[in-house]
Design a binder for this molecule. Structure first.
Ligand SMILES: [Zn+2]
Length: 257
């Protein structure tokens, strides 16, 4: 490199002439060009940056969406399968209920039937044939328990020191509960026979109805007319039944004395 100012010779890569300190114009131009190129490159990179980011976030969105679609598909398929499994289980459970209840029904084991219904919370209308029969039976059993209590209560030693009035009150209260259960059983049976007769439990319902009437008549001296009147009551309440119970107690006292 020959200096254009002093004619001295120096290396092409030197920025200045070592003799007169004049700038090496060729080198300066090269540096300028390099810097310019660098700036252009930087500008390009800066411009490309958001696009790169956008491309990156698009990719992310796509991945997330795909994952969500996969999860959704799994959830739908899963719920369909579990729904089917559930339905199958439910169907099996209900078939089992039917089988067991029908077995008890055929065997006439109403106590077992009633317990089974309670244990398994069976109440849907498709089990009406068994449900109504079991509930009528429960009332019938309660009636027999009241009668057992009444018998015990009316034995002389049950009231050794009690006033006669208390004895009377307690007896009438017992007669009320017995009558309540008996009439409810009858009403339930009759409604069952009338409304659900087609489901083939008429015979057993009728039997419970007749047993209740027989017990009420024999134990508490009700007449058939009185029982029919009570069965015809819209509401079986204490207020509605008490006149009948008081009458029954009076009649019972007469027969005992
Ligand atoms: Zn020079």
């Amino acid at each position: 490199m020959i200096c254009s100012n002093c004619g001295g010779e120096y290396a092409e890569t030197d920025l200045f002439c070592p003799f007169c300190k004049k700038e090496n114009e060729i080198m300066a131009e090269k540096i300028k060009q390099a810097k310019y190129q660098q700036l252009v490159q930087e500008e390009r990179e800066i411009k490309a940056l958001p696009q790169k980011r956008m491309a990156k976030s698009r990719k992310m969105i796509l991945i997330i969406a795909s994952v969500m679609v996969v999860i959704l598909v799994i959830a739908i398929v899963g719920s369909l399968i579990s729904g089917k499994v559930q339905a199958k289980k439910e169907y099996e459970k209900q078939s089992e209920y039917m089988t067991v209840l029908e077995d008890y029904y055929q065997a006439g084991d109403l106590e077992a039937m009633s317990n089974y219904i309670d244990e398994n919370d069976i109440f849907q209308s498709k089990y009406d044939k068994y449900y109504k029969l079991a509930r009528s039976y429960d009332y019938y059993i309660s009636l027999t328990e009241c009668i057992a209590d009444f018998t015990k209560m009316t034995e002389d030693e049950f009231f050794p020191t009690w006033e006669e009035a208390q004895k009377e009150e307690l007896c009438i209260s017992n007669i009320y509960f017995a009558t309540n259960y008996g009439i409810k059983a009858c009403k339930w049976c009759r409604e069952g026979i009338e409304k659900y007769g087609e489901i083939d439990n008429v015979e057993q319902m009728q039997k419970i109805n007749d047993q209740c009437i027989e017990l009420l008549m024999n134990q508490f001296c009700y007449t058939e007319e009185e029982i029919e009147e009570m069965c015809a009551l819209e509401d079986v309440t204490e207020k509605n039944l008490t006149p009948y119970c008081e009458q029954a107690y009076a009649t019972w006292r007469e027969t005992v004395e």
